[in-house]
Ligand binder design. Structure first.
Ligand code: NAI
Length: 292
């Protein structure tokens, strides 16, 4: 068995907000990465964003040109039909939908090499449930690795074992992540883990104070108070706009459902309106605020 503390190669499945951040972070840390999406243009778009970010960081003096050249050599963008299946680690960062994740991972399980560690970046779904259709051997090498956005900057990674996950693997992965400067938190496989469970009320109460329509002055006031007085880096409204309302609404619903519709976790109807109108936050240039 290859020791996971020496991941040399990785596949990041899903080249969206999280997948691109995780792939960028891996490439910066010497791991050969395939960033993969359902179509090549989607994967290429993420690749372009990563290259642009490195060039900005190089011009700010955060990385040398030599470092950036090495990072560039570590990453390739592919569509799913082109991926190698040869990696030591595969991190899944596709849509937050249990049945889709299960189906995709079940198919991958057949093709990946036996030593490959499989991880899901789910924010709120049951890691145990996602693992249910994997082979018994892969289940021992399957875990939740919940990175935060932006994954290159945010230090925290929640680690979520299932009942089958090898505890040696967990210890190795923890060591590997810490060695690369991440702060790890071992979590139970309960809805929202730690951060997203706590965060439901950070977002939910802010939306209830704002009321049923978008009130820009109120939202800015709440964000300002939480930052200036509360010491948070971002207020709840700008943070939800950064996460994306499609993703955040899905997480709100799954945490609420998993807690048997407990009122304190109930999603807010404004979230549904934003998603239905395509106002997904920064990624669509409009959410609670405009980003023209
Ligand atoms: P996103 O919508 O930005 O990206 C998802 C990507 O996956 C899209 O590019 C989509 O084309 C691709 N995709 C869908 N099905 C696929 C398949 N079968 N094979 C390959 N690619 C596929 O979503 P985001 O925000 O990156 O979220 C991804 C996962 O990470 C979700 O499980 C989410 O809950 C989780 N997450 C999100 C965070 C956030 O702040 N947005 C934070 C931490 C976790």
């Amino acid at each position: 068995m290859v020791a996971p503390t020496h991941f040399q190669s990785a596949i990041v499945l899903g080249a969206g907000v999280m997948g691109s951040g995780i792939a960028q972070w891996l490439a910066q840390n010497g791991v050969k990465v395939e960033i993969v999406d359902t179509s090549l243009p989607l994967a290429n778009e993420a690749h372009k964003r990563i290259l642009l970010d490195w060039s900005k960081l190089e011009s700010k003096g955060k990385f040398s040109s030599e470092q950036v050249r090495q990072f560039q050599d570590n990453i390739v963008a592919l569509e799913t039909s082109q991926m190698s299946h040869n990696a030591d680690l595969l991190i899944e960062a596709i849509v937050e939908n249990e049945s889709i994740k299960k189906q995709v991972l079940k198919e991958l399980d057949q093709k990946l090499r036996p030593h490959c560690v499989l991880a899901t970046n789910t924010s709120s779904l049951s890691v145990q449930a996602i693992s249910s259709e994997l082979s018994a051997e892969r289940q021992k090498r399957f875990l939740g690795l919940h990175f935060f956005n932006p994954a290159t900057i945010m230090k925290l990674v929640e680690i979520i074992p299932t009942v089958e996950t090898s505890m040696d693997l967990i210890a190795d992965v923890e060591k590997w992540l810490r060695g690369l400067g991440k702060v790890t938190a071992l979590c139970q496989d309960s809805p929202g883990f730690i951060v997203n469970r706590l965060a439901r009320n950070f977002y939910g109460e802010a939306m209830r104070i704002n009321g049923p329509t978008l009130n820009e002055d109120k939202m800015r006031q709440i964000d300002t108070i939480m930052k200036e007085v509360g010491g948070f880096k971002m207020g709840p409204f700008e943070l939800m706009d950064m996460i994306g309302h499609d993703v955040n609404y899905q997480v709100s619903q799954s945490v609420w459902q998993a807690f048997h519709q407990e009122p304190r976790f109930q999603p807010y109807r404004l979230q549904a309106s934003l998603v239905q109108s395509g106002h997904l936050g920064r990624k669509s240039k409009k959410g609670f605020f405009r980003y023209d």
